[in-house]
Write a protein that binds this ligand. Structure first.
Ligand code: PAN
Ligand code: ZN
Length: 186
């Protein structure tokens, strides 16, 4: 256990948390995510913006330990599809996660692995989303300022991006009449 990590603080103006390990994802890292490939490639010809960062705090590695991370997801769109995270299952499938919205406006897409169950839930300042185990989850920024949230998950959850690489979720979330709309992929 790293006792120096028992207390930390976050700063939403800086989008930073304590001594968190920061991961950066640029548009070019998200090539399997956006359905409108020509808009995606067009966008990349002009710029490769930072789409999101995650800064993680990992005090312990035991079976009962928890990790948490501050996510900062920037606003933007590729065609009619919002800037989003890659999305993943937890490698240890039973692991659930709690997302606490701190600033901005967004949504979460949840898809259960072995059923057709799908949820599109608000995640912004004032929202909390519980992600059950065995559920793929992705976050989208549907607003015009950075979306900031904290996710808390079992230390042994891990990330499985591979299982989603081909299907890229069964649904996409696009803007229709100014609103986030869930559409089943054909
Ligand atoms: C979050 C995510 C974060 C970034 O901390 O890791 O939102 O999304 P991707 O990992 O899909 O790029 C979490 O769900 N951890 O388990
Ligand atoms: Zn997760």
């Amino acid at each position: 256990m790293d006792f120096t990590l028992l207390a930390t603080s976050y700063n939403l103006d800086l989008g930073s948390i304590g001594q968190g390990q920061r991961t950066e994802r640029y548009l070019s890292d998200l090539e399997t995510c956006f359905y409108d490939l020509s808009s995606y490639q067009q966008h990349l010809l002009h710029a490769n913006p930072l789409v999101y960062t995650v800064s993680s705090i990992e005090p312990g590695q035991g079976d009962g330990d928890l990790h948490y991370g501050l996510g900062v997801l920037y606003p933007g769109k590729i065609g009619d599809e919002y800037f989003m995270t890659k999305g993943h299952y937890h490698a240890w499938r039973p692991a659930a996660e709690v997302y606490i919205g701190l600033r901005g406006q967004g949504m979460m897409l949840l898809e259960q692995e072995h059923s057709d169950q799908v949820e599109l839930l608000p995640l912004g300042a004032g929202n909390i989303v519980y992600v059950p185990g065995h559920t793929a989850h992705r976050t989208m920024n549907t607003g015009s300022e950075p979306l900031m949230y904290i996710g808390v998950y079992p230390a042994k959850a891990g990330h499985d991006y591979q299982s989603l690489a081909k299907t890229n979720f069964r649904h996409k979330v696009v803007e229709r009449d100014g609103k986030p709309t869930l559409i089943k992929r054909s």
